[in-house]
Design a protein around this ligand. Structure first.
Ligand SMILES: CCCC(=O)SCCNC(=O)CCNC(=O)[C@H](O)C(C)(C)COP(=O)(O)OP(=O)(O)OC[C@H]1O[C@@H](n2cnc3c(N)ncnc32)[C@H](O)[C@@H]1OP(=O)(O)O
Length: 297
């Protein structure tokens, strides 16, 4: 499964992406690749002189697919880009050279932000060599220590993204350190509750089974070795992690140790949000744009 093949799933109506502080080499590189693929059009907020200089390195000038709106500083760029999405002028929000917390605070702003009343959460889709399916990790970047109620919404957001990329009934593994319920480990209690909620129809369009440890979730051999009989074990599509630290370490381990490719969005808001890390490559920023455009359909 290749993230860039998802481009075939984009809607016929071209989406517009508002970029907050676009004066970043890798952001512009991803935008240049997206323009070559005719993926979307862009409104670039930020320092006009710097943005123009970076665009010129790719022989891009302002045109009907790329417009620049000058803003001063990270706060103004974030605010204006968020406002463009909340007003419907743009369909997707993308983070450029702004700190994550600055952009998320603008997104959560009660007056002009992108709240829907739901929990917003980060959904990362990985292409891991040797795996015949995408591996979706949530939440590696937004919710710090979600409780059960938040985990329900985080699961729903990830299921929505999975379905947008063609996984009709995703298999969800709530991850813990062990695959049995241990009253001293909150992650196992929440996993058991989520499993029961799924069986009782409170969590739809997916199959949830947990707690599962990471090995049992992704390796059939490991699951068999432990004698686990489950529709999810060994073939999980979505790994629901218990805390941001677990998710962030898993996210970065897949990239740095396993050379995995990733695309990620914040889901649950009025529109998808591309929130990559400064250290993410231009390729993963492009993958995230593809994912956002698919899920904005
Ligand atoms: C994986 C690669 C990329 C990375 O590595 S990113 C690096 C790691 N990520 C981070 O550092 C971000 C971690 N999260 C945070 O810092 C904070 O939770 C975040 C998102 C900035 C929000 O913080 P604050 O602005 O302080 O928010 P707060 O807790 O005081 O709440 C303010 C209002 O916003 C609401 N809110 C917060 N998080 C939400 C969510 N996930 N979904 C929906 N609503 C949310 C919260 O309920 C509150 O609302 P109200 O004002 O009470 O009505």
């Amino acid at each position: 499964m290749k993230l860039q093949n998802l481009i075939a799933a984009k809607s016929k109506v071209q989406k517009k992406i508002a970029v907050a502080a676009a004066e970043d080499q890798e952001v512009i590189e991803a935008i240049a690749s997206a323009l070559k693929l005719d993926l979307a059009s862009f409104i670039l907020y930020g320092d006009e002189t710097k943005i123009k200089a970076l665009l010129s390195e790719h022989s891009i000038t302002e045109n009907e697919k790329v417009t620049i709106t000058h803003t001063s500083g990270a706060n103004e760029a974030a605010t204006e880009a968020v406002k463009a999405v909340s007003s419907g002028e743009a369909d997707v929000l993308m983070k450029g050279m702004v700190p994550t917390a600055t952009l998320l605070k603008a997104v959560l702003n009660k007056e002009y932000g992108l709240r829907t009343g739901n929990v917003l959460s980060h959904v990362a889709v990985f292409e891991v060599e040797g795996y015949d399916r995408f591996t979706i990790v949530t939440d590696a970047a937004m919710n710090i220590a979600p409780d059960l109620k938040q985990k329900v919404q985080i699961t729903k957001n990830a299921v929505q993204i999975a379905r947008a990329i063609g996984i009709e009934t995703p298999k969800v593994a709530p991850i813990a350190a062990v695959e049995v319920v241990n009253p001293d480990m909150q992650a196992t209690l929440d996993a058991a509750a989520l499993t029961q909620m799924n069986q009782r129809g409170q969590l739809k369009d997916c199959i949830v089974d947990g707690p599962l440890a990471l090995d049992n979730a992704v390796s059939l051999e490991a699951a068999k070795h432990k004698g686990i009989t489950s529709d999810v074990a060994g073939k999980a599509d979505i790994l629901l992690v218990p805390t941001i630290e677990v998710g962030n370490v898993l996210y970065k381990s897949l990239i740095y140790f396993a050379n995995a490719k990733v695309g990620a969005v914040i889901a649950g808001a009025k529109a998808p949000i591309v929130l990559t890390s400064r250290s993410d490559s231009a390729e993963s920023k492009l993958n995230s744009l593809i994912l956002a455009v698919c899920s904005a359909n």
